[in-house]
Structures are given as structure tokens and as C-alpha cells.
Design a protein around this ligand. Structure first.
Ligand code: UD1
Length: 420
């Protein structure tokens, strides 16, 4: 069990410059897209996070080969060995389900473990399944596994009942090799979706409407190799902006895309933090001790991301007055709150709303990380809490943050991994 120890301080300031890594959520579908061709896919700006190694393990099990050098990856599936994503891998990372669409489209067969419940709510996969069925797949559930088969997928019109990033990505990938035209309506607009489409277009896919809610895909017989740049991780960038704002620090973020952070920047500016766009790839945050409370509701992009909810709750504990955060994307995504209460935060939960009263001076305590973004919120809280904070089960953090201790240390934080 990994533990992180942070020695925090109310008046401690983070200062310096850090480089933002590639997007975890963009790289995962880009890797599974390699199942759509026998040629090599080369990806740049790979974040070295645990979820990437999990998907690469899955690719290897399916018969793929990869070569990872620093932050560049080449991945190739010349011949498939297995059609199955095991329960062990899907349980470790739900995004393993992103092999479903590509396997079905290229090989006519896929067997993927049903993800089941997880730390942030029930998270069904009905939208993936209904969409693939509309494309002509027959899908059954046996012994906890989704078994999907189709001799050939056929283009059709699919309207997603609600926005789903993963279902949009799975269906786009499947439709690329389907016969005829597929029209997908109510697609997710998260920047990771157009980043995937750009890769697919380079591979030879015919996609119209990239970055829009309605996407039209003309199926092609086969796809080829491509080289592609993964976009920067907007959630990592948002987390570091908050670290600067919370510690009254001054941090410059490089290798980021400020346009993907508009909503986060707007909320941070409202809270009182100063955010400057230095150029198209850099941002500077300057914190202030006089933070203002605010109401925030999570919603699909370009709305406020659910993946920043836990971190913003920490900011709200430092604002003078009452803030409200409403979580509309996932149920039961408040597990970090019990841990923040142990540090002295004043937060009440009513259904999907958390009412945060500030300002509270936090004091270090032993905590447990329950999921990826919950653990990021505990790191932020630990930085500003007086004394020692221990985060148990810190491996959750490694799923999505590359070298987070090193990056924070470079900014002046007292943070280390311990084995006790
Ligand atoms: C992706 C992100 C995750 C982020 C989430 C929401 C990746 C690898 N992960 O997850 O970090 O928190 O988007 O921005 O990109 N839903 C259904 N049926 C389905 C699928 C989803 O009801 O078949 C619901 C979910 O329960 C949730 C909502 O749709 O309430 C959005 O989920 P979705 O966008 O699919 O999340 P993921 O793609 O799993």
C-alpha cells in the first residue's frame, strides 16, 4: 500500500514553473484505436501514468506490440491473439471498455468484462451497448462478460440519450469500419473526443463534424498507420492551477492548452485568483488569501468538469462564506468529503449537493484516498493543512498524475512517498 506524506502549512506558497503532461483521457482511446488497423500507430506526449500501463497490458493480451520510449509510444496489432478484456483489467480501469467498439468493428467479436460498480457510483454502459446493437451487433451478457458479435456493422443513426464521453468514442471507432454512413447525435464535446477523431482521420477515417454534437462517419474498408500528438491534460492543469490559488502562490504552467480550461479559469477568477494566459501554451496563476465563495454545478464539456469537483471543494473550504457544489454527472462522487472533514473542513452533503462553509483552517491528519480525483483533493488539502497529512492508498493518484510528487517538490512542497 502506497502512502504519501505531506508537511503542510497555512502560509506556505508554491512557486515556480511546471510542465503539464499529456492527457490520460485522450491517450486511452488513441491506444485502443490501434486495434482498427494492422499498421503502426505512433503517439507523442504520452503521460506515464498507471492507466496507460494498464491499457498497454490489455493491448498485449489482445496480441498487440508496443514500444514506449520516454513519452513516445508506438503500438501495433498485426494479428489478434484474444478478443477478451478480463475482469481483472476492466476492474482496474473502466476505460478498458474502449476496446469493445474497435474489436467488434475489425474482428467481428469482442468479450469485455462488465465494469460493475465503482468508487464513484454505478456508471452503467447501456449507451455503449445500445449504440453497437443499432450498428448491427448482437450482444449478450454471460457470466459477468459482455459478448458482442457482428459479421459486419452497418451504418445507422444513433442519438445518445445522454452525453457520454466513452460511448461517443466507442461508437465513433466502431462506425469508422462499418458499412455505409453513421450519424451520431448528442455526442460529447470533451476535447479528448476531437483529439481521437483527428487520429482516426489521419488513419484514413471519413469523419465530418469533428468537435460538434452531430458527427457523420462514412465507413471505410480499412484504416492505416498514423502519427499523432496527444493533447495536454486539462485536469492535471486545473489541479495545479488550484494548487497555486490555494497556497497564495505563483505557478506558471507550460505545455498546456488554455482554451480547454475556460470554465475552470472562469471559476478560479471568480474566486479571486489571478489567471493570466501568457501565450497559447502557458498560463500563470497567482493566488490570494481573500477567496470568494461560489456555486458550481458539474456538467458535460464545455461545462464545469466533474473531474475537478473534488479539488474545488478544497478551494471552497478556504473561501470566506458558504459555497455550494452540485454534482450532476456521477452519483456518490463525494467520498473525499469524509476525509476532508477529518482535516477540519465544514461540509454538509444533501443528495447531490455539498455545502461548504469557510474559511476553515485545516490541520493535517491521516486520510485514505478512494479514487483518482479524491486523492488529488487530499493532496491539495494536505499542502495547506498545518502539520503532517498522510494519504493512504495513494496509488489512486498514480492512475492519472505523472510524477506528481516531483512536480510539487519542484514548486517547493514538502511531499514524499513512504512505505510504512
Ligand atoms: C470519462 C472520463 C472521466 C470523466 C467522465 C465524465 C475517460 C477515460 N474518463 O469517463 O474521467 O469523469 O468522462 O466527464 O475519458 N453513462 C450512462 N450510460 C453509459 C455511459 C455513461 O448512463 O453507457 C452515464 C454515466 O453514469 C455518467 C455520464 O453518463 O453519469 C457520463 O459518463 P461518461 O461520459 O460515459 O464517463 P466515462 O466515459 O466513463
Amino acid at each position: 500500500m502506497e502512502k504519501i506524506k505531506i508537511l503542510g502549512n497555512h502560509s506556505f506558497q508554491l512557486k515556480g514553473k511546471i510542465k503539464i503532461s499529456g492527457s490520460k483521457n485522450a491517450v486511452l482511446p488513441a491506444i485502443t484505436a490501434s486495434l482498427l488497423t494492422k499498421e503502426k500507430i505512433r503517439l507523442k506526449n504520452i503521460p506515464l501514468v498507471k492507466d496507460v500501463f494498464t491499457i498497454l497490458t490489455l493491448m498485449k493480451e489482445l496480441g498487440g506490440d508496443y514500444n514506449l520510449k520516454k513519452n513516445s509510444l508506438s503500438v501495433q496489432v498485426k494479428k489478434i491473439r484474444s478478443y477478451e478484456a478480463s475482469y481483472e483489467l476492466v476492474r482496474a480501469m473502466r476505460a478498458s471498455i474502449l476496446v469493445l467498439g474497435p474489436l467488434l468493428a475489425r474482428y467481428g467479436k469482442a468479450v469485455v468484462a462488465l465494469p460493475g460498480g465503482c468508487a464513484i457510483g454505478s456508471r452503467p454502459i447501456d449507451l455503449h451497448i445500445h449504440g453497437l446493437e443499432k450498428l448491427g451487433a448482437s450482444i449478450s451478457l454471460e457470466h459477468g462478460y459482455i459478448k458482442a458479435e457482428a459479421k459486419k456493422l452497418h451504418g445507422t443513426e444513433i442519438t445518445f440519450e445522454k452525453k457520454s464521453v466513452g460511448a461517443t468514442e466507442n461508437l465513433i471507432m466502431a462506425a469508422c469500419l462499418a458499412q455505409g454512413e453513421t450519424v451520431l447525435k448528442n455526442c460529447s464535446l470533451e476535447p479528448e473526443v476531437p483529439n481521437l477523431c483527428e487520429l482516426l482521420v489521419k488513419m484514413g477515417a471519413k469523419i465530418e463534424g469533428v468537435g460538434r454534437e452531430i458527427i457523420r462517419i462514412q465507413g471505410v474498408k480499412e484504416l492505416g498507420g498514423a502519427t499523432h500528438q496527444i493533447i495536454p491534460d486539462r485536469i492535471e492543469a486545473g489541479t495545479f492551477l488550484l494548487a497555486g490559488a490555494l497556497t497564495h502562490g505563483e505557478i506558471v504552467l507550460t505545455h498546456t492548452l488554455p482554451n480547454h480550461l475556460d470554465t475552470i479559469i472562469e471559476k478560479l477568477r471568480f474566486s479571486g485568483a489571478k489567471i493570466e494566459k501568457l501565450n497559447n501554451h502557458s498560463l500563470k496563476v497567482t493566488g490570494t488569501p481573500e477567496l470568494r465563495p461560489q456555486d458550481i454545478t458539474t456538467s458535460p464539456y464545455p461545462g464545469f468538469p466533474t473531474d475537478m469537483q473534488a479539488q474545488f471543494i478544497v478551494l471552497m473550504t478556504q473561501a470566506y462564506g458558504t459555497s455550494i457544489i452540485t454534482e450532476t454527472i456521477f452519483d456518490r462522487r463525494f467520498s473525499h468529503i469524509n476525509e476532508l472533514l477529518r482535516l477540519g473542513a465544514n461540509i454538509d452533503v444533501y443528495g447531490d449537493k455539498a455545502i461548504v462553509k469557510g474559511k476553515t483552517l485545516l490541520s493535517g491528519a491521516e486520510t485514505i484516498a478512494t479514487d483518482l480525483r479524491a486523492s488529488a483533493s487530499l493532496v491539495l488539502a494536505g499542502l495547506i493543512a498545518n502539520g503532517k497529512t498522510i494519504i493512504n492508498d495513494a496509488e489512486h493518484l498514480d492512475r492519472g498524475y505523472e510524477k506528481i510528487e516531483e512536480k510539487l517538490k519542484a514548486l517547493g512542497a514538502h511531499i514524499e512517498r513512504i512505505n510504512e
